[in-house]
Design a protein around this ligand. Structure first.
Ligand SMILES: Cc1cc2nc3c(=O)[nH]c(=O)nc-3n(C[C@H](O)[C@H](O)[C@H](O)COP(=O)(O)O)c2cc1C
Length: 332
């Protein structure tokens, strides 16, 4: 059993509690943490990378980037500055980051609002209302992405939105016909699995009425649910990076989380439409559709929704351990 110092219990555990609230594909939670003195190391858990949907670990790195941002925001809201070194050890690609605890910092109302948003942000797969997302929120989402070095495209041109919707349908069709993809999806959505990961049936949306523009991922059991129309003019966005390296994917994960939390603090809900970036051919076509300059990493839909339930997480104590002394020596 892990023995924690008083500091780890009072400061680090609540920050890890926030870190693990990050989103991840099928709620795989592909992270581990090592804690010692004034540092928290964030590690990729290769056993939780989806071999079919995410063979290169790109989405797992996005998720860990989101967890790193949550960690920093929670430390900040508790009055502690921190500094992050991404991929500190080139010989160990699963060592994603070292978060160094720094001295006290001034806490702003915005820090507090972001830290609060971590606990009530969730993927909302239900229909949104037809109330449009106002311009100031659209600008805030774009700015949130650029603060973290990524770019958020708002697909407000009908031809581009139609192009995305076609790619989404095509990718969803390919994945629904792929037995390996479906087996993986079933594994992470089965009601028999552990109760602290995976996507529970309660998090699924209703069945989409025919004619819905966006093909949301069909989670098992959706066919038994009631059919409902979705919003007529969804706000669809694509978050992209300027290179497609592991470092860029981690940074884009931080951007993704800042965008999602910005939406949450402004009262708008979001859900993911990852299919066209998970299939190689549609990802390339989406890149072309957006001008060919950047690498699409995640597609997000925003709008005004009704409350969605929280999904479970493994407790921080289960995903952390004290750092082994022989691993000391990384540069600050
Ligand atoms: C990179 C990535 C891709 C995802 N893709 C999808 C998706 O295609 N469809 C979907 O409904 N949810 C998707 N999700 C959302 C996860 O299923 C969700 O984050 C997880 O179940 C935890 O739930 P929460 O976001 O409500 O905390 C994705 C999340 C991430 C980080």
């Amino acid at each position: 059993m892990t023995v924690l110092s008083a500091r780890a219990v009072s400061l680090v555990l609540p920050a890890l509690e926030a870190a693990v609230r990050a989103p991840s594909p099928h709620n795989t939670q592909p992270w581990r943490f090592e804690v010692s003195g004034d540092r928290i190391d964030v590690l990729l858990d290769p056993d939780r990378v989806l071999p079919v949907a995410d063979p290169d670990g790109r989405e797992a790195r996005l998720s860990c980037g989101a967890a790193i941002l949550n960690l920093q925001l929670a430390l900040r809201a508790a009055g502690h500055a921190s500094a992050v070194h991404l991929l500190p050890d080139r010989t160990r690609p699963t060592h994603l980051a070292t978060v160094w605890l720094r001295g006290p910092c001034q806490v702003t109302p915005e820090d507090r609002a972001f830290a609060r948003a971590i606990t009530f942000r969730r993927s909302n797969r239900r229909p949104f209302t037809d109330r449009p997302v106002p311009m100031w929120i659209r600008h805030a989402l774009v700015r949130a992405a650029s603060l973290e070095g990524a770019s958020l495209a708002l697909l407000d041109h009908p031809a581009v939105l139609d192009g995305l919707a076609n790619l989404l349908r095509h990718a969803e069709h390919l994945q629904s016909e792929d037995p390996a993809f479906q087996a993986e999806l079933r594994r992470w959505t089965s009601e028999n699995r552990h109760r602290d990961d995976g996507v529970p049936a309660s998090a699924g949306g209703p069945r989409q009425a025919p004619g819905s523009l966006l093909a949301l991922r069909a989670y098992p059991g959706a066919e038994r649910r009631q059919e409902r129309p979705y919003e007529r003019e969804p706000l669809v966005t694509v978050l992209s990076s300027f290179t497609d390296t592991p470092l860029a994917q981690l940074r884009t994960g931080q951007a993704m989380q800042r965008v999602l939390l910005t939406g949450t603090t402004a009262g708008v809900s979001a859900s993911f439409l990852a299919q066209p970036v998970e299939v190689g051919s549609t990802r390339e076509a989406l890149r072309e559709l957006l001008g060919g300059q950047a690498y699409p990493q995640v597609v997000l839909r925003f709008g005004y929704g009704f409350a969605a339930p929280a999904t479970p997480r493994r407790r921080p104590e289960l995903v952390m351990r004290p750092r082994r002394p022989q691993a000391e020596g990384a540069t600050r």
